[in-house]
Design a protein around this ligand. Sequence first.
Ligand SMILES: Cc1ncc(COP(=O)(O)O)c(C=O)c1O
Ligand SMILES: N[C@@H](CCCC[NH3+])C(=O)O
Length: 420
Amino acid sequence: MDHFELKNGVLHAEDVPLPKIAEAVETPVYVYSRATFVRHARVFKDALSKLDNPHIAFAIKANPNLAVLRILAREGYGADVVSAGELDRALAAGMKAEDIVFSGVGKTMQEMAHALEQGIGQFNVESEEEGIELSTVAKRVGKTAHIALRINPDVDAGTHAKISTGKAENKFGVAFDKAKGIYVRLAALPGLNVRGIALHIGSQLTSLAPLEAAFVKVGTLIADIRSSGAALTHVDLGGGLGVTYSGDDNPPSPADYGDMVARVTRDWGVRLMFEPGRVIAGNAGILVTQVIRVKPGGGNVPFVVVDAAMNDLARPAMYDAYHEFVAVEPNGQRMTAHIVGPVCETGDTFAMHRETDEFVAGDLAIFRTAGAYGATMASTYNSRGLVPEVLVDGDRFAVVAERIKPATILAAEHVPDWLD
Ligand SMILES: Cc1ncc(COP(=O)(O)O)c(C=O)c1O
Ligand SMILES: N[C@@H](CCCC[NH3+])C(=O)O
């Protein structure tokens, strides 16, 4: 259940009719529900209630909007960041530096220094080389870097290849069989407090089995590392829990996930950390769009051309992802159509042969489950603007990210004198 429902035949975000937002802000526009974010944050936290003081760091790559981060900060969430830009957003939203974890294979030394100066809680170090550089930077700025070593458990997460992160051929983490040696060597370096292990095997996981398999491997590694005399007090289990995009999906519930984690980690004696992204944000947002026109297509299946495109919502083009597409004011009739955007790419196709509400030019529609990896992955391809974001709270709403118009982007470009 989310907070985007039909009331008197019109889709609402909480208590706000979507046509009202479309009229005020124009389309396309991302719309978020504060109540849904809060509910998801609490459901996930409750699912971990059997654990002793778990740390939850929202993976802000999923939705870095400042207002969204403020909601989660108020729910006691920290952040998982992958760049200095994300770090600064989390801080700007009111998240405490000590509650922030810095992941990513390509942290630069400047980013490391910046994060240390801010007092960041933990670096999830993804290679021995990175750990050595971090030691150098920590000494230089006179701070201690608390680190977890990200391991690559080489398990198949059973998700789309482009969002799988825990197979040996993926770029993330250090090889499982090298982890103990790297851990022990990094622990001897100055400026580092090597305190734990991190892992994250992939996103949109619809089964707990690969997660459990990876966590069991971590259990053996913990014992192995401790047997060498090294201390290990923290384990970051990452994110990855899937959400429902279509009725055919059946992702595990946060409660089932929490039970599995409690069972597998019972004897670890560590503080557990989590990095959920999609499960918090996915169904807390939609993309509102308007039908530009309906044109005939081959085999009598029409194209419904909408004003949103692959540059606004990249997931269907990148991962063949399914997003439910429904009318804001359904007339009760149905049609089968291809749903496409205006961008000049064949891949700018949201759905083929989709059975959906009947549409004519001018109708409003939404793509559901667009709150995670939606606005944040937008680009300006085809010199289109960046879609605005609106946050709804009960019967009020606010623009929480403005539309960046093509003219603004054009104004940031310059023709050098010597071209004249
Ligand atoms: C290191 C890391 N942590 C957390 C996440 C969040 O994942 P999800 O949105 O699937 O929960 C990701 C993205 O997959 C990630 O790469
Ligand atoms: N962008 C991806 C998820 C990436 C996860 C990052 N490790 C998606 O939309 O599904």
